[in-house]
Design a protein around this ligand. Structure first.
Ligand code: MG
Length: 501
């Protein structure tokens, strides 16, 4: 009886997971290979798979199965209990939202995404505004269905960062904002001390791909369980427990984009590849939150990938591919990777200014959701706040409020997870150094295995069995804390720019 129920639950779980993986196959193909006219049919197939998974999750039969299993919870092995908890959480979320809403939301967001892309191209916010108004309204409705205590934002944020609240985010963002603004003020008169000119020499794209593969190997990202392709926007996707793929993009006049993109996405992939084998095929074989996911990508990309030691083994290989770097020292090359330059586009931002882009978005989203800011006034609010935070004013809306896809796909509440990830990355790095010694030294030995092993044991292996703050508390002795990131920035950029920060 017990065994039979466990097997039934496992089978359903696997079925739901497989539908997700099938969607991932179609999505990956759409981004990497599909000719443009395939779009309409592809959208229909993806909608079908999405509906199918939703149908299973919300069905009475599945609900009864979970009830039956829960009645036996005391007899279940721990893994099955954890699985059941996760499946119940997913079902609760799914049944709270009416099917008619899911359909309306899906239509509104696919329309909005289309009009956002046009509006950005034509630099015409007015054309996107009515769609964004609709999305804001639907997001408020969604928050109402999902439920919250303090602020509708909490319900939306919880989808991406379970357990996190807007109040907590605010309390972390406030000191961070003050610190970053102060840092930028001090760096400003010194910004021309470091240049990234060496990264803008002409770099053949084919060789960049070759180097990205060298990077993957260096990071212990196995091609037996993954692969690298090119796409307009870099991403990581799991097509199965043993099939985790990444993409990057190649700019011949700026080599940084492909290299750091590859390291970033490989960081995401290593997390997905590190879930314990026993979690395979279950709802627990997923990143525990987007913040934790981003902590992995940003750890590899910034903390390690922008350190001097990391390049000791790799830079000679890059120089072999590109003789135009023969006259550039390893130090000058890594300096260039760390240049600070206040700019308009979030995805191109450096480590110092990056989080100000996110603080801006968080504040605006909060105001849109509680009604204190109207969509029509959004561009003005964006430009004013941007000027205050970064000291420069966007020349137009394409370089301002229209730059990100997130709002058009309904992902309000998503942005803070990028900053949460950055902060977790620094916290984890501090704890790692206590165990392993200086990361600079370790990285310069050319073998990242001890680093990967540490992350595997402390973070990856748990999948969704532990929450993000629970994992970080177990690994570092405390929950989300911005202090470690601030110290990291202070130390690194004081040295680079020769100023007391
Ligand atoms: Mg990422």
């Amino acid at each position: 009886m017990l065994k039979e129920i466990i097997e039934k639950v496992q089978k359903k779980d696997q079925e739901i997971r497989d539908l997700g993986y099938m969607s991932a196959v179609l999505n990956w193909d759409q981004e990497v290979n599909m000719p443009p006219e395939g779009l309409e049919e592809r959208a229909r197939m993806l909608a079908y798979l999405g509906t199918k998974a939703h149908e299973i999750t919300t069905s009475d039969e599945y609900g009864a199965l979970l009830d039956e299993a829960e009645a036996l919870v005391d007899e279940l092995p721990q893994l099955e209990r954890d699985r059941l908890k996760e499946l119940r959480r997913d079902r609760n979320k799914a049944v709270k939202v009416p099917a008619s809403f899911v359909e309306e939301y899906s239509k509104a967001t696919s329309l909005a995404q289309h009009h956002w892309a046009l509006a950005r191209k034509e630099n015409n916010f007015a054309a996107f505004a009515p769609h964004l108004e609709k999305i804001v309204q639907l997001s408020k409705d969604l928050a109402g269905y999902l439920g919250y205590e303090d602020h509708p934002y909490d319900a939306l944020l919880d989808q991406y960062e379970p357990g996190m609240t807007s109040r907590k985010v605010q309390s972390v963002f406030e000191p961070l904002e003050i610190f970053l603004q102060d840092t930028i003020t001090k760096l400003k008169p010194n910004l021309d001390k470091v240049s990234d000119e060496v990264l803008t020499r002409n770099f053949d794209a084919k060789k960049q791909e070759e180097f990205s593969k060298i990077l993957m190997e260096h990071l212990k990202y196995p091609t037996s369980r993954g692969r690298l392709d090119a796409s307009t926007h870099p991403f990581t996707t799991s097509l199965g427990y043993n099939d985790v793929r990444i993409t990057t993009r190649y700019y011949e006049d700026f080599i940084q984009t492909s290299m750091m993109g590859t390291i970033h996405e490989a960081g995401h992939a290593l997390y997905e590849l590190g879930f314990a084998e026993e979690l395979k095929g279950s709802a627990l074989a997923e990143g525990t939150s987007l913040g934790m996911h981003e902590s992995q990508s940003r750890f590899w990309e910034n903390v390690l990938g922008r350190s001097y030691g990391f390049w000791t083994a790799l830079y000679p290989k890059l120089q072999d591919l590109y003789p135009q770097l023969a006259d550039v020292s390893q130090k000058d090359f890594v300096d260039a990777l760390n240049v600070v330059k206040p700019s308009f586009i979030r995805v191109e931002a450096d480590e110092v200014t990056y989080n100000l882009h996110l603080i801006l978005r968080f504040r605006l989203e909060m105001a849109l959701l509680d009604g204190s800011l109207a969509v029509t006034n959004l561009p003005q609010a964006w430009n004013e706040m941007f000027t205050k935070l970064l000291g420069i004013t966007p020349p137009d809306d394409a370089h301002g409020v229209l730059q990100d896809v997130h709002w058009s796909i309904g992902a309000l509440g998503y942005f803070p997870t990028y900053t949460i990830g950055t902060l977790y990355a620094s916290q984890l790095a501090v704890a790692m150094e206590k165990d392993l010694g200086s990361l600079e030294e370790l990285a310069s030995k050319g073998d990242v295995q001890p680093v990967l092993d540490w992350l595997r044991a402390k973070v990856h292996v748990h999948g969704k069995r532990m929450g993000a703050e629970e994992i970080v508390t177990a690994a570092t002795g405390e929950g989300l804390n911005p202090t470690h990131f601030m110290k990291y920035i202070q130390k690194k950029y004081s040295a680079l720019y020769g100023v007391e920060l």
